[in-house]
Design a protein around this ligand. Sequence first.
Ligand code: MG
Length: 385
Amino acid sequence: MPDASNLASYAVRVDASRGRRYPEPHHPYRDDFQRDRDRIIHSRAFRRLENKTQVFTRRISDHFRTRLTHTMEVAQISRTIAAALRLNESLVETLALVHDIGHPPFGHAGERALDEAMRPHGGSFDHNLHALRIVECFEQRYASHPGLNLTFEVREGIIKHSHDYSAAEHPELAEYLLDQRPPLEAQLIDLTDEIAYNTADLDDGFEAHLLALEEIGRGIEIFDRCLRQVEAEFANVGDKLKFNESLKRMLDQLVTDLIENTSLRLLRSGVETEADVRLYPERLAAFSANRDAERAQAKQFLYRHLYQSELLLPQKADGEKIIRELFDHWMKNPGALPAAYQLQMHSEAPARVICDYIAGMTDNFILDQHRKLCRRAETAPRAER
Ligand code: MG
C-alpha cells in the first residue's frame, strides 16, 4: 500500500473516498485507486488505444505516437508532478491512464464526425461522457455488477478533468458535484495532457519532416531558448540530436513551471484540505502567466504547421468520411449490426447505439468495416498512400 503519511493536506486520501457504486471489500495489498488503475489497464477499451490515432495514423508511419503511447506519456509526466506536489500518485496515474479512453477512431476528426452525425438525431458525442459510459456500462468483466465499478473520485475525474459541464445541461451528472472544482489530482491531468501532446506532436512532426528546427524556433519562444542553449553547448551535433535535446529541456521547463507555480498558488490560496480545493473559486493547478503564453504559442504553432498540414488534412477528411458513411449505412440497415447492438436498439435510440458502436472501434477495425460495407475499394488508393 502507498504510504499516506507523506501526502499533502490538500491531497485526496483514499481512505476518505466516497467509494464505489457497488460496495466491495478492500484488497489486502492494493488500495482502491490502485485497483481502479489495474481495472483500467485490464479493460478492452484500454487495449484498443493501441490502434487509435493520436495525430498520425499508422497508415503514414508506425514510429509515431498512438493514443496508447500518448496515454503512457501523460501518466509518466503526471506521476512526476504529483510526487513533487505530494498529491495522491495512484489517483493521478489512474486518471491519466483513463483520460483518453473515450476517444473514437481517427482522433479529433473522428470525434467531430460522430458529433455531427448525432446532431440531426437530437444527440451529440463527447469523449469524456463516452468514457464514463465505457467504465460504467460497456466494460462487462464482473459477475456481480455492470462496468468496472470505479471509485467516485475516478469517475468524477473522467468527467471534470478537462471541462466544466453545466448542471442545467447535464442533470445526469449531478452526482459529480458540478458546482465544485475537481481535486488537484484531476486538475493536473488537463495540463499534463497538454505538455505531453505539445512536445510529442513537435517530435512526431519533426520526425515526419513536416517541421524544421529553425521554423520551430521561430514559432515557439520556449523552444528557441532551449535550442540556443543546446547550440552553445553542443555546436557539432546534428539537427536531430539538437532537436531532441531542446525538446527534452522544453518539456522539463514546462513541468517545473507547473510544479512551482501550482505550489505557489496553493500557498497563496490558503487551502488546507481537499474540500477547500473543491470549494476554491478557480482551479489552482496552473502554469505561470509567461509559460502559459508560451504553451498557447506552441499549441497555435502546431495547429498551423502540423494539424492543418497537407499531409494530415486528407487523412482527417478521409476519417470523417468513413465515419459518416458507416453511420449512414447502419442507420439505413440496422439489421447489418452485430446482434448485441440490434438488441440494444430495443432500449436506446438507434443513432445512439450506432454512435457507441463506432466510438469503440479501432482505426483498423473501422477501415475493415468500411471496406466491407461501403465498397472501400473505390477510395483505397488515396487512403493507402
Ligand atoms: Mg490526451
